[in-house]
Design a protein around this ligand. Sequence first.
Ligand code: SF4
Ligand code: SF4
Ligand code: SF4
Length: 424
Amino acid sequence: MVIRYKNMYLDTENNFFSHDHPTDNQMKVPYNFNLTKVKKYSPYKIKEIGLCVSNCCNFRCNYCIDSVDNSSPAFLSVKQVNIFLDEIFKIWKIRSVAIEPHPLKVYFSGAGEQTFLWDRFKEIVLFILEKSKKHNIPIQFGITTNGYLKQDEIEFLSNNFDYITVSYDGTPQIQNTNRKTSTGNPTSNIVAKTINSLLLSRAKIIIRTTIWPQNFKNIESIISYLYLTFGSNFIWELNPVIPIGRAEQSLTSYTGSYDFAETYSKALMLCKKYGITTNNVFFPTSLNQLSCGAYVKYCQCPWLLPSGEIVSCIESMKYSDKLGYLNDCSVIWNDHINPVLEDSTSNANADCVSCFAYPFCKCGCPARRLEEKNKNSIYWKCEQIKNYVSRIYDDLLAGKQNDFIKLEKVTQGNTCIYKLENII
Ligand code: SF4
Ligand code: SF4
Ligand code: SF4
């Protein structure tokens, strides 16, 4: 669709700007949104698997999107993991004949702290290691944790894991306000100690910081604190608190400035100064065909939940596509999947295609859209994404460089078009 962006025309499906309205010929490659709906999952595209070992947590973060309170505890068993791995290993071996063999990634995450029941967690990791050795399938482990760990637990992660994401909101005062234990105790000292110990391991360490709008003004002190405490040998992720779960009420009534795009841009500049690498999960930074990797047709990482259900995304179990389930001895892939995520995106597309952020955003996260459809948070997120994308456009149109996107000037007849392209 061709829309106005300031004094230019933007073709949102073909990703180009022009001063004059593009001709039919220039719009010759329309992006025909046709997300083919697949009724049964084909597991032969699996590249990694996810395990949600626990839905319980020893923290009560004041923004927890799942409002975890341990009211219905559920844990994965070794037996369930064994059944799941039998299926995955079978597929992995068939695939390895055609594709260059590489390690199977096994990621632990979910709405809860995966190390909550430490003995069960450890038993599962050791079981996977033993089984993978027997089958000659190398494994890479990854985990997201709140980092409230004892020394022997840190050593276990250090010795066995390749990717470790630790949630930490530093400065200590902010961490201790946001992320208390279930008994109300501060957590900063212990989590900071965990991060420093993990930084000595071979694992890649990601520090994930979540920030309330009230703390946007503290972004500089947060980054300097992280640098002084941990150095720069980690990847940093910054996410805003979003108005769902435990944060819903306070954020819905928040009336101060809430421009995360501004804060994020400032944070990027400061990280460059300190040599800290960043990982952007909130804003789309490249031109995308799809905004979500969890559609049934494309999902490369099925997640096993304690209920025995297998879903395509762990971030939103309720709205995720249900790929299959475990029975007593095997995995059953569902025959008639209700494509919840695909439908969500298809329904949004008619509105989104006329949005100037569409080349990047492609309708955003389909699960959040469903989760938040009756709330204002989806509009807030759109506003932030638009702020962020308009900064990219304005810089590019003013001739400034961007690390991820470039504008290529192409002359067609008497007109110039400026194509947006990813820098690979
Ligand atoms: S550590 Fe994670 S799961 Fe636990 S309360 Fe905090 S945000 Fe929720
Ligand atoms: S549903 Fe949302 S969180 Fe899940 S993979 Fe898709 S975009 Fe990501
Ligand atoms: S910013 Fe909002 S309206 Fe624009 S494409 Fe993304 S989800 Fe759609």
